[in-house]
Structure formats: structure tokens, C-alpha cells
Design a protein around this ligand. Structure first.
Ligand SMILES: [Zn+2]
Length: 420
């Protein structure tokens, strides 16, 4: 059975069927045959193979519409478990998830990414160990690790490349560090990419073919879902729109060294900087009070002040939305997405920000491109990154070439070499 199903054609059709079940698009043999275009006999053969592997179960009789009732087919999300983590500029979140990306336990704490890779990964190792202990998951049933970091990552090597806000992380072998401690395959990607993937699998973007996830946090970045798949580009940095030049702000030097980058004029750090200037110049009593009380000026303070009607803060949020919208309009013209999801800390500014983004996008895009375009906040919020980190791992483990390598051993546990 294993050999028969492990030729290339067999692998691909098996994975096609697995994905139809895994993503909830088919729940009976008849639906599998209809969606895959495969004959009933082939479906039955591949399905029994997936049942033998423990990845799919054929359960109760589904509701019949007449004739013999079909058995329901479902994905065994508990066949294995994953470790997922997401580093932000100032936070660390970690979780144990099942193979469907549902989080069994999760934890988030403040962490400064500037402390460097050794401190960060040592803390992450502790967290993973603690989280596993809090579940009934055995070490042997852990299948892989997914990690998101706030900077560009060369996906094939899992190494950050000159990440602007991650001092000490350039080319650091994150995969090797975690492989040594857990003996599992490890994948690492940019945080925005995994958030986009999380939304694709579990959020508003479920089944959305062409989608942009825009994170406006300290910095700005976009994750691209193209024809139902995460698009990483040649080296893994597609969607790095934070450093696209804007028409305004040519006097502002970005942390990348260029002038007038989008995130240098519209990101969270830019909002905080401009709010601080305004407070110091006496233009906003409300913002001045933040400084007078000894608090640090942040984008969150600007959002709060804007929601209370502070004119300077409102103007800053509207400007941020307008500039972000101008860059998004270019993306809309180029890519024609059906959905743009906005997430990240600055998204907390709420409807005021979203309205400014929408106006800017609609004003500058062709009518056909915006006719069915939806622009919304990310519904998964903080969970998008962790769910996406888990989805990145399952996508890799269930790729046809990888399936062929681990299936003869029963599971990918203890096979860190699957990343190559
Ligand atoms: Zn820049």
C-alpha cells in the first residue's frame, strides 16, 4: 500500500485529497471525487491509505439526501501537534497547536527583540517546554516548529537577513538552534507572512484566493496570498511595502537609511515621534499630558487621544491612513486583490484609520479593481500569527515531496532533515 501510493502521481493525488478534507472543502467520498476530478475507485484507494496513516477518519453516516447514506470523512487534527511562536518587536507569543492550527495552550509576554537571538531563543525554549507540560501532548507526537520574526527572512535557510529592528539576528541560524533542542523540523518566516497565512486558514480570508494582509505596527509590512497560497517571492521578502517611497516625508530618514519610506512617515514609531514633537511644541495639551505624566509616547497613546477627539492625534491618524492607502492603491492596481485585511498595533486606532485608508484606496484605484474589494480589520487579531506559524508547518509537512519522505516512518517527528 505504501509503495503503491508513494509514486509521484500517487503522492500528489493523495495530498490533493488530504487538503480537500483538511481545509473543509469535502466531507464525503462523493465530494472528494467531485472536487478532485478523480474516479471513485482512486478516491477509495487513496482514502483508505490516509485512514491507515491516521490522518483521516471515516466516521458516522452523514445525512443522506436519498439512497444509501455516505460516511463522513474528516481530518484527524490530533494525529500530531506543533509548536508555534511569534516574535514581535516588543513581544513573544508561543503556543502548542493541533494540525488544524487550533491552539491548545498559548502564552504571551513582553520581550525586546533587541536582546538578541541567544536570549530570545533560550526564553522560547523554556516557554515551549512549559507549554507542552501544560497539555497532555507527548514529546513523540510533536511534529514540527513554526516561528515568525519581525524582519525579512530567507525562507529556504530560515535565517533573518539584515533585519532593521533585530540587532544581532543577521543570518542567525534559528533553525539549527531549535533543531538541536527539540529534534524537530523547523520553519521560520516573516511575521506578516504567517499572519496572512493564519487569516487564510482560520479567519475572514478563509478560502480567499487573492488577499493582502497589511500589518501596521512599529513598522509596516504586507503578506500576499495569491491564488490561495502565500506568495513569498524569490528570496522571501515579497510584500515588504514599509520601505516603499511616499510622496511626502522626503525629509524623514528611515531606519533602513532611505528617505520618505512609508513606515517612516505612517508606521507606529512615526506616529509616536510626530506626536511627541507636537506635544513638545505645545500643540496638544492631551499629548503633552502623556509626557508630563512620565509615560512614553506610543502609537497607542495617539490612538487613545484621537478617540477622545484630540485634533492633533486625529490628524496624525488620518495622515497615516491616507499614506498607507496611497501605497495600497498601487498594490490594488498591480495585484487586484478581493480582500485587504489590516492588523497590527496601530489598527487599534479603529474606524477613523480604516475610513482614511478606504478613501485613499478608492480615490486612487480603478473602479473595476475596487468594485468587489473589501477592506477590513483582521478578525483573528493576536491569534493570526500563531495560527499562521502552525499552518506554515503543516503546509510544509503535507507537501507531496515531504509526505513521501516521512510517511514510511509513520510521522515526521524526529526528522529535522525534512526542511531540506
Ligand atoms: Zn525604509
Amino acid at each position: 500500500m505504501v509503495n503503491q501510493s508513494c509514486d509521484q502521481d500517487g503522492r500528489e493525488t493523495t495530498v490533493t485529497l488530504l487538503n480537500l478534507v483538511r481545509f473543509g472543502r469535502a466531507s464525503t467520498r462523493a465530494e472528494l471525487a467531485r472536487h478532485s476530478g478523480l474516479g471513485r475507485a482512486v478516491v477509495a484507494h487513496r482514502l483508505s491509505y490516509l485512514v491507515d496513516l491516521g490522518l483521516v477518519s471515516e466516521g458516522d453516516l452523514a445525512r443522506s439526501t436519498g439512497g444509501r447514506a455516505p460516511r463522513s470523512v474528516s481530518f484527524r487534527a490530533d494525529a500530531g501537534y506543533l509548536l508555534a511562536a511569534e516574535f514581535g518587536a516588543t513581544s513573544l507569543a508561543a503556543a502548542v497547536s493541533d494540525l488544524a492550527g487550533d491552539l491548545l495552550v498559548q502564552h504571551e509576554e513582553p520581550f525586546d527583540i533587541g536582546e538578541g537571538p541567544e536570549a530570545a531563543l533560550s526564553r522560547l525554549t523554556e516557554l515551549f517546554n512549559d507549554l507542552v507540560k501544560r497539555t497532555e501532548v507527548s514529546r513523540a507526537s510533536l511534529w514540527g516548529i513554526g516561528v515568525g520574526v519581525p524582519g525579512p527572512v530567507e525562507f529556504s535557510t530560515a535565517r533573518p537577513i539584515s533585519p532593521p529592528i533585530m540587532p544581532g539576528w543577521h543570518a542567525y541560524p534559528i533553525r539549527d538552534y531549535l533543531c538541536e533542542r527539540f529534534g524537530l523540523p523547523v520553519w521560520v518566516d516573516n511575521d506578516v507572512n504567517i499572519m496572512a497565512l493564519g487569516e487564510l486558514r482560520g479567519g475572514l480570508a478563509r478560502d480567499e484566493g487573492n488577499m493582502i494582509y497589511l500589518k501596521i505596527g512599529t513598522g509596516i509590512g504586507a503578506g500576499i496570498i495569491c491564488e490561495g497560497k502565500l506568495y513569498r517571492g524569490t528570496k522571501g521578502c515579497a510584500g515588504d511595502v514599509g520601505h516603499v517611497a511616499t510622496l511626502e516625508g522626503s525629509d524623514v530618514v528611515c531606519r533602513c537609511g532611505n528617505r520618505g519610506c512609508l513606515e517612516a512617515v505612517a508606521g507606529g514609531a512615526a506616529l509616536a515621534r510626530d506626536a511627541k514633537w507636537a506635544a513638545e511644541r505645545g500643540e496638544s495639551p492631551r499629548l503633552a499630558a502623556v509626557l508630563a505624566e512620565g509615560r512614553e509616547m506610543t502609537a497607542e497613546e495617539v490612538s487613545k487621544a484621537a478617540q477622545h477627539g484630540d485634533p492633533v492625534s486625529v490628524e496624525l491618524i488620518l495622515r497615516s491612513g491616507r499614506l498607507v492607502g496611497e501605497v495600497l492603491a498601487t498594490i490594488v492596481s498591480f495585484f487586484n486583490p478581493a480582500l485587504i485585511l489590516v492588523g497590527g498595533g496601530v489598527a487599534a486606532a479603529g474606524d477613523m484609520l480604516l475610513k482614511a485608508i478606504r478613501e485613499s484606496v478608492y480615490h486612487r484605484s480603478l473602479p473595476l479593481a475596487t468594485r468587489e474589494l473589501q477592506i477590513s480589520f483582521s478578525p483573528l487579531g493576536d491569534e493570526a500569527g500563531l495560527r499562521g506559524a502552525a499552518a506554515m508547518v503543516t503546509d510544509e509537512l503535507f507537501a507531496p515531496d515531504k509526505v513521501a519522505r516521512w510517511v514510511p516512518k509513520g510521522s515526521p517527528a524526529g526528522m529535522p532533515e525534512l526542511t531540506t
